[in-house]
Write a protein that binds this ligand. Structure first.
Ligand SMILES: [Zn+2]
Length: 446
């Protein structure tokens, strides 16, 4: 994740953690929804004890049957929808949608066109376990809400389908279930998601494993962004002393939402780099990422795609993604900032004197992973200075060794820092803090 450039950016590990938490929250809430629905249906009639129990039992059986029936019809509907995309059958796709909603139908036409345009090898839906909630207060127009898993695989870029968890709503019209809203992300907090087909018309540029998706009315930018990514991956990999790779989907469309630094913050990241995973039917994330995404803040795409530093920052996360599991946030964000500003150093950069004074006066400790992003400008600037000191003093390879020395198991990454610093560089935490602030003091002020 990158700060609103030159001010601020959260790190992939934290985001993945937040995503995992977000997913379990969603599941818990949905499970409660199911419980409440069946509790409501068990309200007994009055009469004698025995007959009312029997009647309530019958009633409940009937309601359960109706419910199971609705669930299986909705599963079939999603199956039809997946198949329509696969068979390139536009009419069948639109037939899954509640036609009384003209805005929805129009949006669904665009979505279908986008799905046809993009280089996708898989696009399909699954329902996630029992996470159904049926509202049958209006008996003739029952409504349902379900957690749906959308599986999408980009040709070349993805090793397997990347799953997006969505909340979809359905409505029953004349005995048939239809899509009432095509799905918004269930991902809470700052968990990122890239679904470029969900908004306006899109266009794309493909270079082997690299796919760049842009708004159709900005299609002229796709090729130059792809050029830029290819050359920046090559130079980043060179600086990081690792092998370049290009299996990446870059979403530079205005679709979707931006990603916040922290739930309570109004600051949004300029861009975010993250890994996509496949989810089991229960909504659990399977081990090992299957795709890589960079998503630009959809509200500012046009200004941001010209920003080379931002791109270099996000490409650093992409290129080092396999190593992110264990390291503290300041380490990965510090490295991404180092590469983003390279070949500049703090001594060649200018920051606001107000920011300078404020950050300089902060307690001399590096931000911990859980608190990272609560004060984005300070967190990124200090991480950048710490990484700059370590890389410029000990070399990139030693910094890579330091990053890889963290264990994903056991103690938190922050708790491992002191021991790893001593082992790899022979320095302690307070020495690093002193050097970080010394480096910070080389920033120019304006
Ligand atoms: Zn970042």
């Amino acid at each position: 994740m990158a700060p609103a450039r030159r001010t601020v950016a959260v790190m992939s590990r934290l985001l993945r953690w937040v995503l995992a938490v977000g997913v379990s929250v969603v599941i818990a809430v949905s499970a409660i929804g199911v419980l409440t629905a069946s509790q409501r249906s068990s309200t007994p009639a009055s009469d004698s004890v025995t007959s009312s129990n029997a009647r309530a039992g019958d009633q409940q059986d009937l309601e359960n049957l109706a419910r199971v029936d609705a669930e299986s019809q909705i599963r079939d509907l999603l199956g039809d929808r997946s198949e329509a995309v696969q068979r390139k059958d536009r009419r069948a796709f639109l037939a899954t949608v509640d036609r009384s909603r003209t805005k929805l139908v129009k949006a669904q036409r665009t979505m279908y066109a986008n799905l046809r345009t993009l280089p996708l090898t898989v696009f399909s839906y699954r329902t996630s376990g029992d996470f159904f909630e049926i509202d049958d207060e209006d008996v003739t127009n029952r409504r349902a809400r379900a957690t749906v898993i959308e599986d999408v695989q980009f040709e070349g870029a993805d090793r397997a389908p990347v799953s997006n968890l969505l909340e979809m709503t359905f409505v029953e019209r004349d005995g048939a279930w239809l899509v009432a809203s095509p799905g918004k992300s269930t991902a809470k907090l700052s968990a990122p998601q890239s679904r470029p087909w969900e908004g306006g018309p899109v266009d794309f540029e493909q270079r082997d494993d690299l796919v760049v998706v842009v708004d159709q009315d900005a299609s002229a930018t796709a090729a130059s962004l792809a050029d830029s990514i290819q050359s920046q991956v090559a130079s980043n990999a060179d600086l990081l002393n690792i092998k370049p790779r290009f299996n990446l989907v870059v979403d530079a469309t205005s679709s979707g939402r931006g990603v916040r630094f922290a739930a309570e913050k109004r600051e949004f990241a300029s861009a975010v780099s993250f890994e996509g995973y496949y989810f089991s039917d229960d909504g659990d994330r399977e081990a090992g990422s299957v795709g890589n995404r960079i998503k630009y803040n959809p509200k500012q795409t046009s200004e941001l795609i010209a920003d080379r530093g931002l791109l270099r920052h996000e490409l650093t996360h992409f290129l080092t993604a396999g190593n992110l599991r264990a390291e503290p946030t300041w380490v990965s964000e510090g490295l991404a900032e180092y590469v983003g500003y390279y070949p500049s150093r703090p001594s060649g950069l200018v920051i606001d004197s107000e920011v300078f004074e404020r950050v300089n006066g902060k307690p001399r400790i590096l931000p911990t992973s859980l608190k990272f992003g609560l004060d984005p400008s300070a967190d990124y600037l200090l991480s950048y200075c710490a990484a700059t000191y370590l890389i410029d003093t000990y070399g990139m390879d030693k910094f890579t060794k330091f990053r890889r020395s963290f264990d994903a198991e056991g103690e938190s990454p922050d708790a491992q820092v002191g021991q790893r610093l001593r082992r790899v560089f022979g320095i302690n935490k307070s020495e690093l803090a002193d050097q970080t602030w010394e480096t910070f003091n080389t920033f120019n002020q304006r």
